[in-house]
Ligand binder design. Structure first.
Ligand SMILES: [Fe+2]
Length: 401
């Protein structure tokens, strides 16, 4: 029996509709009954920051997110501060150590600012953990109920690449602002006049960078442990420039809300961007988060005004006759895209518009992508070469090429 894909409470609260979401992130119907590890969607992306107090303000002022919940010394959490921010159906949690002996201090020393937990919403935590254990995954948190006056959350966690984990959350019996231990919190920050209400609506995919030779192991992990399906495959020459190369495969959960491209470096003349990431992150980790918007032009203009920096795209990209022919008709004139450096890719299903930021923190590790899908379920394969050449120019400026 094929189960109809429904909106999550977060998506309903964000005012999204199903057709819009299918377009925005490529949501599909699938048979949940045959899924050994059913995943509904994203629950939260948890970051470690060297200064969560300031990072939380950055995500509000630069990225237009809203502060909704908080935990810290004032609420009885003496170890760290934790800020919960939302944009549309996306939830970010930014954690920073207060206690000098907090485990977050060592994590941050090693990895810098980055993603520590890609938490997923699941309807049955115990079923997922039983499957994970059967399939040989490492359970880092046994299933437990955590409760407060807002209800009960069933929660557990498994390990994935590097020191990243997937917390599995069933919040169907909970109506608090995030998790027990958090209080509702608002900010006095007021966005600039004229800025769109939200700069992005949903999370499309999160890319994991893994060590040389490990990509297929992690693809197999997501297939075997979590029942994820393989989406698209890019190998070898597809993503090679003169200097660097990488291999990438994409896995997705049954309804395709959760998509994980997995990259590994490939042998090339010089150090690839994946090698640079692995060196500065000290191992495997989340490389970029792609956030979905229905209006990439308005979003990029607002982000630029807020000080967010993007990778440059050379004019030659837009003037290339072959590329122009391949792109065909898109919803805005190519000149509008060119003036903003927005990339276009097309496949048999449609097209997508995308642009990439520079690294968000001090280390050349985590960055964001903005994506506006129009039928295409791809990841911008046709742009990889132009994109990587842009990344290499930045890498060269940092002395890491
Ligand atoms: Fe991407």
């Amino acid at each position: 029996m094929t189960t109809t894909v429904n909106l999550t409470p977060e998506e309903l609260a964000a005012g999204q509709d199903l057709e819009q979401l299918k377009q925005l992130v490529g949501l599909v119907e699938y048979d949940i009954d045959k899924d050994p590890f059913p995943v509904t969607g994203w629950d939260a992306i948890v970051f470690v920051s060297g200064n969560a107090t300031q990072s939380a303000l950055y995500y509000q002022s630069a990225w237009g997110m809203q502060l909704v919940a908080y935990s810290g010394p004032e609420t009885g959490n003496r170890d760290h501060k934790s800020f919960v921010l939302k944009s549309g159906s996306i939830r970010f949690v930014i954690n920073g150590a207060v206690d000098p002996d907090s485990p977050l201090v060592e994590h941050h020393r090693k990895h810098g600012d980055g993603v520590v937990d890609i938490a997923l919403e699941v309807p049955d935590v115990d079923k997922c953990i039983a499957q994970a254990r059967r399939a040989g995954a490492t359970v880092v948190r046994e299933p437990e109920d955590v409760t407060d006056e807002h209800g009960i959350v069933r929660i557990a966690a498994i390990a994935t690449y590097g020191e990243t984990i997937h917390t599995l959350v069933d919040r169907s019996r909970y109506d608090g602002p995030y998790l027990p231990g958090y209080v509702e919190q608002q900010s006095s920050y007021v966005p600039r006049d004229g800025q769109p209400k939200r700069l992005f609506q949903a999370l499309d995919h999160i890319v994991g960078n893994v060590e040389l030779g490990k990509m297929d192991e992690w693809v197999e992990f997501y297939n075997r442990v979590m029942g994820f399906v393989n989406m698209a495959e890019f190998i070898g020459d597809d993503i090679a420039t003169d200097y660097s190369a990488l291999m990438s495969k994409v896995v997705a959960n049954g309804n395709h809300r959760v998509k994980f491209p997995l990259n590994e470096p490939a042998i090339a003349k010089k150090k690839s961007q994946i090698d640079e990431y692995l060196e500065f992150y000290r191992g495997a980790g989340a490389q970029h988060l792609a956030v979905a918007t229905g209006d990439i032009i308005g979003t990029v203009d607002a982000l630029r005004k807020n000080g967010v920096e993007f990778l440059d795209t050379p004019d030659s990209y837009y003037e290339d006759a072959e590329l122009r022919a391949r792109i065909g008709e898109v919803r805005v004139p190519v000149e509008e895209l060119q003036s903003r450096g927005i990339l276009v890719d097309r496949d048999e299903d449609g097209y997508l518009l995308q642009i990439f930021t520079k690294p968000l923190g001090d280390r050349p590790t985590v960055f964001f992508e903005l994506i506006e899908r129009h039928g295409s379920l791809g990841f911008g394969k046709g742009n990889f070469k132009a994109l990587f050449e842009a990344i290499e120019r930045e890498q060269d400026k940092r002395g890491n090429l």
